[in-house]
Write a protein that binds this ligand. Structure first.
Ligand code: SF4
Ligand code: SF4
Length: 442
């Protein structure tokens, strides 16, 4: 089934830029000598450390957790010695509490890591518990704790699971490779998530620019009940939750609402594979696939990376630079965040690291708004980015809120299409943070 006619309004056709990594199989990285595991790499409350400096830890051992309702534990990706617990600079320029572990090179596995057995023998609550204990969060970038997402609030229930394999950001190919190389695990993950949410139907959404991933997933779902692969038009931001729900189910998530309000739950395909891996092996989330790419790199690659590995180590895994990059972005070019150092560790939500040459970056100063309406025409949330950003710049946050700032999904489409190079999404992002902070204070 090709749902070309059922696409969302707005969005933009971005250049592909995936050629350099889409045909490269996922490569395991060498064991890093040191990992820095952030205690706060998910939406929700940070973890408290469960180890002390000087402790020996094993692979898969829980090293941080919290009693808060919304959180996700963290685990050691290596065996070795805890050498530091304290703040460390993370992507986005913020310091977060983190545990630094020096690897002993032995990779001894913790006793707690044991396969959970067959899916048939586990209850819905067992599955939610194991997903929580494994510290699994949304691997598409949002890093929202998965166990929390799977539990509907009182009075609401799910009827459909959407596995998101769209990967609409230019340059990124991690999910594409996962679907090509681990389609059976993606389907097992979908089945686990279906049981955990009590739904009978699931869609695996993939942009039609990835025919090999579609073919691999179609073959893998052929014997699975209630799961269907749905190729979608390649368009940005096709992988945004609300847009996927609209395209696949024809349902509109209300302003300020969540997918559960319309009976849907959306999970990234990498998350589904992580869930399957935990069920099969008992190993919590200690590694993920990251696309490390861009012209300045000798060998752009899809890498299986231990959480906590530094970006500088990943550059070495890619053969180093052929020339100094002009810009480093963690994430894709549309939604990612620029960095000023490579001394930052990979966290669970990092799907890509992009290095750009000077001629690929724009240092142009923003010009005045010429009222061309392009940002309005292309906004997938049907907002008025020009007004929201102008209110934000003027500090008129109540007005920005009245114009729907909190409905902005920060996709960056408005900034991408603006001929005056106005920093629309950046202003709106700041406005959202200010609006939320003010509401919390009330
Ligand atoms: S206003 Fe928000 S949702 Fe609309 S295009 Fe800009 S970033 Fe995307
Ligand atoms: S796209 Fe840029 S110039 Fe055009 S209306 Fe929007 S903010 Fe103004």
């Amino acid at each position: 089934m090709i749902v070309r006619s059922r696409t969302f309004k707005g969005g933009v056709h971005v250049p592909h830029f995936k050629e350099s990594t889409e045909s490269r199989p996922i490569k395991s990285t060498r064991l890093p000598s040191t990992v820095v595991v952030s205690l706060h790499q998910h939406t929700g409350a940070p973890c408290e450390p469960l180890v002390r400096v000087g402790d020996q830890v094993k692979v898969g051992q829980k090293i941080g957790d919290s009693q808060a309702a919304l959180t996700a534990p963290v685990h050691s990706p290596v065996s070795g010695k805890v050498v530091k617990i304290g703040p460390y600079l993370m992507s986005g320029g913020v310091e977060r509490p983190a545990i630094t572990i020096e690897s002993d090179g032995l990779q001894e596995v913790a006793d707690t890591v044991r396969p959970y057995g067959s899916l048939e023998n586990l209850t819905r609550q067992d599955l939610i518990n194991l997903i929580r204990e494994a510290g699994i969060v949304g691997l598409g970038g949002a890093a929202f704790p998965t166990y929390f997402k799977l539990t509907p609030p009182p009075g609401k229930k799910f009827d459909t699971l959407i596995i998101n394999g769209s990967e609409c950001e230019p340059y990124l190919t991690a999910d594409q490779r996962i679907m090509m190389e681990r389609p059976e695990d993606a389907v097992l993950g979908a089945r686990i998530l279906m049981k955990a949410t009590g739904v009978k139907q699931a869609f695996i959404a993939i942009e039609d620019s990835k025919p090999e991933a579609i073919a691999a997933m179609e073959k893998a779902v052929s014997k699975a009940k209630g799961i269907q692969v749905v190729p979608l038009m390649a368009k940005y931001p096709q992988g945004a939750e609300k847009q996927l729900i609209k395209v696949l189910l024809g349902r509109e998530v209300p302003s300020g609402g969540l997918p559960v309000d319309v009976g849907a739950v959306v999970s990234n395909v990498g998350t589904a594979v992580a869930v399957a891996n935990t069920l099969k092996t008992g190993m919590p989330l200690i590694e993920r696939v990251v696309t490390v790419t861009g012209r300045p790199l000798k060998e752009p690659s899809n890498l299986l990376v231990k959480i906590g590995t530094k970006v500088s180590d990943l550059v070495n895994e890619c053969g180093g630079f052929v020339r100094e990059p002009a810009k480093v972005i963690v994430g894709g070019p549309m939604m990612g965040i620029a960095q000023f150092t490579l001394d930052i560790p990979v966290t669970k939500g990092v799907s890509g690291i992009l290095f750009l040459d000077a001629d690929e970056t724009s240092l142009e100063e923003p010009g005045p708004c010429v009222r061309c309406g392009k940002c309005v025409e292309n906004c997938p949330m049907r907002l008025l980015p020009l007004f929201i950003s102008q209110y934000a710049d003027a500090g008129r946050f109540d007005d920005a809120a009245a114009y729907g700032a909190l409905d902005c999904i920060e996709c960056g489409t408005c900034s991408f299409v603006c001929p005056s190079r106005r920093h629309l999404v950046q202003s709106i992002r700041l406005a959202k943070a200010e609006i939320v902070a003010r509401r919390r204070k009330k």
